[in-house]
Design a protein around this ligand. Structure first.
Ligand SMILES: NC(=O)c1ccc[n+]([C@@H]2O[C@H](COP(=O)([O-])OP(=O)(O)OC[C@H]3O[C@@H](n4cnc5c(N)ncnc54)[C@H](O)[C@@H]3O)[C@@H](O)[C@H]2O)c1
Length: 377
């Protein structure tokens, strides 16, 4: 692909999120939508028609008859591995909806496939992108050297989704908390070491399983990230991005999850108001993810959000679920080690298995996170 040519992109998955993606892709001057793929061909056809793309449709990537630089994978998480690998095998890069996969093991196998085929596989973790989070991160860098001692997020909302979410186990942790966990990694530039998590479901809940959770993540040294959230909290609801507080030596920085970031210094009760920091415009949500993906395709640079970097966010979810189940502190390294072992057991492609074997070490857990992202490709 020439850096100035539009990227030829196939949208895979024509459901709720696929519709949002097609609008964003169609509106982008550097993107040409060259196909819409869904197991439900009528759905693919309807979506392509409604967006006026006139792009050809197909049921699967192997059945798609055309060339493309990349796909956006907006299928259900259970299909992310199969769809992403099919695209990588055909030389296409992949921008995959979150979560990368339902399990760490599958996400690790996707990462191995990206390495074998030498193509970018990036996870669209959409709440990483936006003016508020960018300004909050910048304030943490400027006032706390980028490493707060205590980071706290509160997520309290009361959605009535109906459908599968109200029947799902670990619904808050698996379906929603990954956004906050991933943001915590983005803000600190570090990966956690361990977690203790408690889940609960209050007696007025309209969810079958735990819709509330609190977790304490240990980061290297004495740094801690405290998450608390609930999906059955009516009244005074927070932003979907949660409400945040970052505490460092001599300062506290608050973000309301939207466009308000304030820096508070000095001791005492008169410090509540704080000083507002500027919040410059920035691409938000999936538009932000698309911008990062397109510039990575054009430059060949590995972006933040590349699948190996994202695995650490997925590991935070899996570790929190394991901790809540066992009521024990869980080390992230154990979750990664177990995930890699399962990936090795279940991978039947020789080249990908060789990559996985190379990631196994005798002296501790494999490291996929932010700390190793530079220079691995
Ligand atoms: N970023 C966000 O805020 C956000 C919000 C909602 C959903 N999501 C994510 O987006 C993804 C899709 O969610 P959704 O709500 O649109 O789901 P959905 O069920 O509405 O749509 C999924 C579509 O994928 C198709 N599909 C399934 N397997 C396929 C396969 N193997 N090949 C081709 N098509 C296949 C289905 O037929 C369906 O049309 C999920 O990963 C979800 O977690 C992200």
């Amino acid at each position: 692909m020439n850096a100035t040519d539009p990227a030829r992109i196939v949208l895979v998955g024509a459901g709720g999120m696929g519709g949002a993606w097609l609008r964003v892709l169609s509106a982008h001057p550097q993107v040409q939508v060259v196909g819409v793929v869904d197991l439900d061909l009528d759905r693919a056809r309807d979506l392509a028609r409604s967006a006026g793309t006139g792009a050809p449709v197909a049921r699967t990537i192997p059945e798609f008859d055309g060339g493309a630089d990349a796909i956006v994978n907006a299928t259900v998480p259970q299909a992310h591995l199969e769809v992403s690998v099919a695209a990588l095998e055909r030389g296409m890069a992949v921008l995959c909806e979150k979560p990368a996969a339902p399990t760490i093991a599958e996400a690790i196998r996707m990462a191995a496939a990206a390495q074998v085929h030498g193509r970018l596989l990036m996870v669209s973790q959409s709440r990483r992108y936006g003016p508020g989070v960018a300004a909050f991160a910048e304030a943490i860098r400027a006032h706390q050297g980028g490493s707060p001692g205590l980071l706290v997020s509160e997520f309290f909302r009361a959605p009535r989704f109906g459908g599968f979410r109200e029947r799902m186990r670990h619904v808050l942790l698996v379906d929603m908390a990954i956004h906050a966990f991933d943001t915590a990694r983005l803000l600190t530039g570090a990966d956690p070491v361990a977690v203790y998590c408690d889940e609960s479901n209050q007696d007025w809940s309209w969810f079958d399983h735990d819709a509330s959770a609190s977790a304490i993540f240990e980061f290297p040294g004495s740094a801690r990230y405290l998450y608390t959230g609930s999906w059955i909290a009516e009244g005074a609801e927070t932003s979907w991005n949660a409400r945040w507080r970052s505490v460092g030596a001599g300062s506290t920085i608050r973000w309301d999850g939207e466009a308000q970031v304030t820096v508070h210094t000095g001791a005492g009760e008169g410090t509540d108001e704080g000083e507002a920091v500027p919040v410059p415009p920035a691409a938000e949500g999936i538009e932000g993810a698309l911008e990062v993906f397109l510039s990575a395709l054009a430059s060949g640079q590995t972006p933040l959000g590349e699948v190996r970097e994202n695995i650490a966010s997925l590991a935070m979810v899996e570790a929190a679920v394991r901790s809540a189940r066992t009521r024990q502190r869980v080390e992230i390294a154990d979750v990664l080690t177990d995930g890699l072992a399962v990936a090795l057991r279940t991978e039947d492609d020789e080249a990908r298995a060789a990559v996985l074997a190379a990631w196994s070490t005798d002296d501790g857990a494999p490291v996929f996170g932010t700390r190793t992202i530079a220079g691995q490709r």
